[in-house]
Design a protein around this ligand. Structure first.
Ligand code: GAL
Length: 421
């Protein structure tokens, strides 16, 4: 610093200033991206997009709001948007994209979509979710499957059990695992995780048509039915397989219990695979994946997407670059390998993907053709946010209540859906 005052030549100073001005001009072309990808695997995945943007000379301002399932992130996003200062892009999914579109806050990406041929690249059902009023307002980054069971093969072996394929097998394997001295089912007691497990149980006990009637169409008859009561009761029985310390636990901590061999299994979407991958474990060897017991013929899909807000000038260029990169093969491959999901565009070479991802792709296509492909309620793909919130409340209150009858929870389910409509 001293030598700076005394001997820094004027010309050099001018050059430095000019360079730093140029730098801040370059940095002005940046995107601020809100997401909730903060676990080990998720952060690795998000970083792929950041690095690709930076390689093209754009800046990336990370707006990460921790909290699995994204409820906290959405609350923060609403307050930022209400104060007239939304980020350039945000992870907004499913029907919620329409809600933001109706508020008139989203920008459009038609120019990029046309130049890149999105209409031909994306399956029509996926493209439909990304459009509001006929214009693209969001770009899909992946397809997650929610109805998965993950397991530690060493724990299963120590308990002398195989990967369960039915709910009955899950309960009996769970018992054997407990007797062998492990926690059978790793879980985090948070509303969205309860709902994630619940929808897989309902899919198993009621089948995908019932799932569609109840959790997508919100048919009051289905919501209040005997089948709903059965799903709720079976769901609650799963508590027997969970540990006492689950309250408030994050999902990735639950996954790490399976990784460490403290627990045998976890029911969770395939972002859990991102954690196994980040720990450098190999699918089929170090950990096992299978459809959630009893749901082999169903696929609850959860498509992550980045919606863009209305912005001007350079920020808009950066936003368009983000949207373009998000569907490029290089990003789709690297991101999804880290995230645990499969690419949003079906035309990519999948040879680098592990057996769980291959199975996900096969099952996605099979259930799309034969029936059984349903949107995840727990992950914002089936119903609007207010209905989802009301269903979460019923599910989690029932799961934690000492003495609420399943019939009462089913009645509340009907009311929740009606009140929110
Ligand atoms: C889902 C989201 C995934 C993953 C998960 C856990 O809703 O779609 O990308 O982040 O939550 O936070």
């Amino acid at each position: 610093m001293m030598s700076f005052n005394i001997s820094f030549p004027k010309t050099a100073l001018a050059t430095t200033l000019a360079a730093s001005l140029a730098l801040s001009a370059a940095q002005a072309a940046e995107v601020e991206v809100l997401h909730w990808w903060t676990s080990g695997g998720e952060a690795r995945a998000a970083n792929v997009l950041k690095e690709l943007m930076e390689a093209e000379g754009y800046g990336w301002e990370d707006f990460a709001v921790a909290g699995g399932g994204g409820e906290t992130a959405m609350t923060v996003l609403k307050s930022r948007a209400m104060s007239g200062n939304p980020p350039s892009a945000a992870q907004i999914k499913g029907p919620e994209i329409q809600e933001w579109g109706e508020l008139g806050l989203l920008g459009e990406l038609d120019e990029v979509a046309e130049a890149e041929g999105w209409d031909d690249l994306l399956p029509p059902t996926v493209a439909e979710i990304m459009r509001h009023d006929g214009s693209y307002v969001a770009v899909p980054v992946n397809v997650h499957r929610v109805n998965w069971l993950w397991a530690n093969p060493e724990v299963l072996e120590a308990a002398g059990v195989e990967m369960p394929t039915t709910l009955d097998e899950l309960f009996s394997a769970g018992e054997a695992i407990r007797e062998a001295g492990f926690i059978p089912l790793a879980h985090g007691g948070q509303a969205w995780q309860d709902a994630t497990v619940f929808e897989s149980v309902l899919l198993a006990t009621g089948g995908s048509e019932f799932y569609q009637h109840a959790l997508v169409d919100l048919d009051p008859e289905a919501l209040g039915s005997e089948r709903m009561v059965e799903a709720l009761e079976t769901f609650k029985r799963l508590r027997e397989l969970m540990d006492d310390d689950m309250s408030g636990r994050d999902w990735n901590i639950a996954t790490s219990m399976v990784i460490n061999g403290d627990a045998g299994m976890q029911l969770m979407g395939d972002w859990a695979k991102g954690e196994f991958t980040a720990a450098e474990l190999t699918a089929g060897e170090d950990y096992l994946c299978a459809a959630a017991p009893g749901t082999q013929d169903a696929f609850t899909f959860n498509i992550d997407s980045l919606a863009v807000f209305r912005v001007e000038g350079e920020e808009r260029d950066a936003q368009h670059a983000l949207a373009r990169l998000a569907l490029e093969p290089i990003f789709q491959e690297a991101f999804n390998l880290a995230k645990g999901s499969i690419p949003a565009r079906p035309d990519l070479d999948m040879s680098e993907f592990d057996q769980c991802a291959q199975q996900s792709l096969d099952d996605f296509q099979r259930t799309a053709n034969e029936g059984g492909l349903v949107p995840s309620m727990a992950h914002g793909m089936a119903v609007r946010a207010d209905v989802q919130g009301a269903i979460f409340d019923v599910v989690t209150n029932y799961f934690n209540a000492r003495d609420m009858a399943a019939e009462e929870a089913a009645r509340r389910m009907v009311n929740a859906a009606q009140a929110a409509l």
